[in-house]
Structure formats: C-alpha cells, structure tokens
Design a binder for this molecule. Structure first.
Ligand SMILES: C[S@@+](CC[C@H](N)C(=O)[O-])C[C@H]1O[C@@H](n2cnc3c(N)ncnc32)[C@H](O)[C@@H]1O
Length: 234
C-alpha cells in the first residue's frame, strides 16, 4: 500500500512509502501531470506527489542528511542561483506554492531554454532570469527582496557571488543555502579546506553559519552550508 505523511520538521515536504516499502521524500506537484526529470509521481486523494531524488537534487540530499535549517517553506520568496534545467527548482516551486515565488537564475543558453520548456511554462511561481549570477546588478529590475537565496553554481567562486546577491536582494535575517562543489574551486585542495575557506568568506560578509554537512553518498566532495544573514554585521 502507498502511504504519505508530512515531514516531521519541514513544511511542504512529505514522506511517501511506495509498494516496495521504501520511504522517500516527495513534494506535492504545482503542475500535476507534468514531469520534469522522469521522477516517479503518485496520486493520493486529489494531490499528485512527486518523488524527490536525492541523487539528482542536493537539496533533497541535504534533507536526508538531516540538515538543521531548511528555510524554504510554503509562501517563501527564493532567489535560486544556478537553476540548470530545473530539477531542484521544480521541487522548490512545489514547496513554496502559489503564495511563494522562485527567481531562477541561469546563464547557459541551452540549459535556460530547457528550464523554460520543462518548468517555467507550467509553473506561474517560477520567474526565469537569464543572467550571470556573478553580476547581480544586471537583474535588479526583475526582482524584489527575497527571504532565501539558494546557490548551486559549481564555479571557481561560490560564496562570493552568493554574498554579492545577498547584499542586493536578501532580507536582513534571511537565510541561505550554499551547495559547494569542492572540485570546481580547487582540485588540488582537500575538500574540507575548500569548505572552510568558503565559510570564512560567508562569515566575513555577515553570515552566521548554522550548519555544514557533507552530501555523501548522494554527491561526492560536495557540502551544503546553511547560514543566516545579518546586514548590520556585514
Ligand atoms: C550544478 S548545476 C545546478 C543544478 C541545479 N541546482 C539542480 O539541482 O537542479 C550548476 C548550474 O549553474 C549554472 N551556472 C554556473 N555559473 C553561473 C553563473 N555565474 N550564473 C548563472 N548560472 C550559472 C550552470 O550553467 C549550471 O546549469
């Protein structure tokens, strides 16, 4: 029998147990009938649940690794840097629902086109921003203040562009989640050194680190940093 129950800590997220008896994360689809990345979907009552694959989404991996702060919830305004084709963006769109909004920044043309075709077309709460996240001034006309910035850009600089975006768009007391891919920053360094260096940049820019977790076995040499932003201390 298929069963579903709310996640014990995070609103808008569910545990779904399929016929195989395995419990998986899921979100309620904002766009029923539309799959984004071949995910399993299950109808229960009048809702369609989308199983959330932690091997495809670092946010799902973080939740399974028991991240202590996951600030994205129904109604949140999220600036998402590094949207790619929208795998994680689509689940964030499910969570924030019709009272929330996801500004999805992506600069690679082919990928941005796929994001629009697969996600933006069906989800009125996702606003695509086809821009370079390292130049946040360029999209100031397109968004207001946000509650949360989620950053997953896998580039040589990861904390700095996130902090630059926070200075312009993140509310005082807002939260961030930074997915760090160590090998994109420095292949010669131990990943833990790279994580520490990026966290130091965040601290110097006014963030209080809440949590830093490794994402193995879902992602090798990746960490998720969560932090709160204080404009006064930056
Ligand atoms: C690791 S993928 C993101 C995966 C996605 N977050 C998900 O979970 O579905 C990184 C993405 O960031 C984009 N990216 C990298 N640097 C960027 C920049 N400076 N501005 C905008 N997008 C960027 C890349 O084109 C790529 O699509």
């Amino acid at each position: 029998m298929v069963t579903v129950e709310p996640h014990e800590r995070f609103s808008g997220i569910y545990w779904i147990t399929l016929e195989d008896g395995i419990r998986r994360l899921a979100t309620i689809s904002f766009a029923p009938g539309i799959k984004v990345y071949g995910e399993i979907t299950v109808n229960i009552g009048d809702k369609e649940y989308r199983v959330w694959n932690p091997y495809r989404s670092k946010l799902a991996a973080s939740i399974l690794k028991e991240v202590s702060l996951m600030p994205i919830k129904p109604g949140s305004k999220v600036l998402y840097l590094g949207a790619s084709t929208g795998t994680t963006v689509s689940h964030v769109s499910d969570i924030v629902g019709d009272q929330g909004i996801v500004y999805a920044v992506e600069f690679a043309p082919r990928v941005a086109r796929e994001l629009i075709e697969k996600v933006v077309k069906y989800r009125s709460n996702v606003i695509p921003i086809y821009q370079d996240a390292t130049q946040p001034h360029n999209y100031s006309a397109l968004l207001d203040e946000v509650d949360i910035i989620y950053c997953d850009i896998a580039q040589p600089q990861q904390a700095k562009p996130l902090a630059d975006n926070a200075d312009l768009y993140l509310a005082d007391g807002g939260s961030i989640m930074l997915a760090i891919k160590a090998m994109s920053i420095d292949v010669t360094k131990e990943p833990s050194e790279t994580y520490k260096k990026e966290m130091k940049i965040l601290e110097q820019r006014g963030f209080n680190i809440i949590d830093a977790i490794h994402l193995e076995p879902y992602d090798k040499d990746h960490a998720m940093i969560t932090a709160r932003y204080s404009r006064k201390s930056s």
